[in-house]
Design a protein around this ligand. Structure first.
Ligand code: FES
Length: 548
């Protein structure tokens, strides 16, 4: 029996757990309970050979899909191949610096809520500690698929360290609605507790004493943010899709949708009197990540017409300027992040990120980390679709030529070493694209402007930073604007979270800005379905007659 964990193989026999084998391979498995089945942190995703493992044990009953607790899963078969991986962490390709943003060159004044007066450390003027040591803060973008943390020195504004990892809540489903259903069906805040374990390990690995972290700013979509703050998320999953904070604000019970709790309550190893601030959401699924994007692009002071498209499991769209702002959230699903695709993977070492088809029909691939191809990430998928279209190997409806059901990009030496794209994968990508394009049409038509009226179109997120813009235009993922108008800005949301961490006045600006935003509810637009069907086709995004 061959067992492969995180790409490393070992000969396995019965009676030893996956966790023990991972240790033998030198793989660091998250744990806080030393294999007791209590902390629920040692998850692995099994991509092959689930039937060669022991039956699901009691401590793993909460896991859905192909997830197992590595301390509870034992190899039971004598032959075959089991392949699995731990939650990926640390080395995901995240940009340290967002690019081309007006607000990121410290155009704002350093004015954090945490200050020092001699040896007194204060939050909003109230003493929380006596220490002459450093003062740190964390900005966090809590995504459905990826979590990004930045550690900042609050006295200088300097970035000290950053880290990122796959959101371990994936065991409760890959997209938002299934997480909400999971949280509703499984009492005990399992999603939050597991995430807190992973966050604690990440914070403890930072090169500073965690107790010197006095403030944390959390952004994320409405569901991720509310789950983090242990709010009941049931109402976000039911029409009219409102966070409990939005409902309470409408009832006059609170004046902002922002949330705040102490470090002690957050279950994180930061200073117990630290403040954890959840930035305000906009409305419905348009969350604090979209709000942070508005802060990062300085929308409150923009005269130009700005669009921000943050492509992710949920795509956020923001359109406008200081006079009027519209926002929408598109439930695209994880396809463009490599989820729900047979050979899809996040943008990690081994992921095909660029694809070109030569005159001889051969695939020319560029792989992250110059490693052997293990799968294909979002930017590779966009390239591949564009090249298949350009060479007439796929039509606008996403059908491959000559009844082929599968396009093979790479074949290695071993029989199962293959990276391919299925027609059913194209279907998933078409639907994800359809949701994004429908969102674009709804937001632009609601604003009453054409795509060409845009002055700057920010493509945000790790995917937006690396995707080939011309390929994106060809397959119709972004509008066919002049390339000079499109700025591939990187992780704009974490930039906004950092600004809110470093400036009280900017945080106040953010609180005011979210109240000015008009929320476009895609599902209630009369032409939504028509826009969606049009958007599922692989062709440039054109203005729709009924969008006027
Ligand atoms: S190590 Fe804690 S549950 Fe497996």
């Amino acid at each position: 029996m061959t067992l492969t964990i995180n790409g490393q193989s070992i000969e396995a026999a019965g009676g030893t757990s996956l966790f023990d084998y991972a240790e033998q391979l030198g793989i660091d498995v998250p744990t806080s309970c030393r294999k007791q089945g209590k902390c629920k942190e040692c998850m692995v995703e099994v991509v092959e050979g689930m039937s060669a493992l022991s039956a699901i044990a009691e401590p793993e009953r909460h896991l859905k899909g192909n997830f197992r607790l590595s301390c509870q899963a034992y190899v039971t078969a004598d032959s075959g191949h089991v392949r699995c991986h731990t939650m990926r962490r640390g080395h995901m390709r995240i940009e340290r610096q967002a690019l081309g943003l007006p607000g990121t060159d410290h155009a704002f004044q350093l004015d954090p809520a945490v200050t020092r007066d001699g040896d007194r450390i204060l939050i909003d003027g109230v003493e929380v500690e006596r220490s002459s040591g450093p003062i740190h803060g964390i900005a966090m973008d809590l995504g459905t698929t990826t979590v990004v943390l930045r550690l900042i020195d609050l006295e200088t504004g300097e970035l000290i360290a950053d880290t990122s990892f796959e959101n371990p809540q994936r065991f409760g489903g890959s997209e938002i609605m299934s997480r909400i259903a999971y949280d509703t069906e499984h009492p005990g805040r399992l999603l939050m507790r597991t995430l807190a374990g992973y966050l604690s390990h990440a914070i403890e690995k930072f090169p500073v004493d965690p107790k010197t972290i006095y403030e944390m700013v959390v952004v994320g979509n409405s569901t991720m943010r509310d789950l983090f703050f242990r709010q009941n998320v049931y109402s976000i999953g039911q029409t009219p899709y409102r966070s409990i904070t939005e409902i309470e604000m409408a009832e006059g019970k609170r004046t902002s949708t922002s949330l705040s709790e102490s470090g002690q309550r957050s279950l994180l190893p930061i200073h117990p009197k630290a403040r954890v601030y959840g930035a305000p959401i906009i409305s419905g699924h348009v969350g604090a990540d979209a709000a942070a994007c508005m802060l990062a692009v300085d929308l409150a002071h923009e005269e130009r017409m700005i669009a921000v498209m943050d492509i992710g499991t949920n795509t956020e769209l923001i359109l406008g300027n200081r006079h009027r702002i519209l926002a929408a959230s598109c439930p695209a699903g994880p396809a463009f992040e490599g989820g729900a695709i047979a050979c899809g993977m996040p943008a990690l070492d081994g992921a095909i990120e660029e694809v070109e088809i030569g005159d001889d029909g051969a695939f020319h691939l560029r792989v992250i980390g110059d490693a052997s191809p293990e799968g294909i990430c979002g930017s590779g998928l966009v390239d591949l679709l564009s090249e298949l279209l350009r060479t007439d190997r796929m039509n606008e409806m996403g059908r491959f030529e000559d009844d082929i059901r599968r396009v093979t990009l790479y074949r290695g030496k071993a029989h199962d070493e293959e990276v391919y794209l299925l027609e059913s994968d194209v279907n998933e990508l078409a639907q994800a694209k359809g949701a994004n394009v429908a969102g674009l049409h709804v937001v632009f038509s609601s604003y009453g402007i054409e795509f060409d009226d845009i002055d700057v179109f920010y493509l945000a997120g790790g995917f937006g930073r690396h995707v080939n813009v011309e390929a994106s235009k060809r397959i119709g993922l972004v509008p066919s604007l002049a390339s000079a108008k499109i700025v591939q800005a990187g992780n704009v949301a974490i930039e906004g979270a950092t600004i809110a961490l470093l400036s009280k006045s900017k945080r106040k600006e953010l609180e005011g800005l979210v109240k000015k935003v008009e929320h476009c509810r895609l599902e209630t637009h009369p032409n939504f379905f028509e826009f969606f069907v049009e958007g599922c086709q692989f062709k440039p995004v054109e203005p729709m007659p009924c969008a006027k």
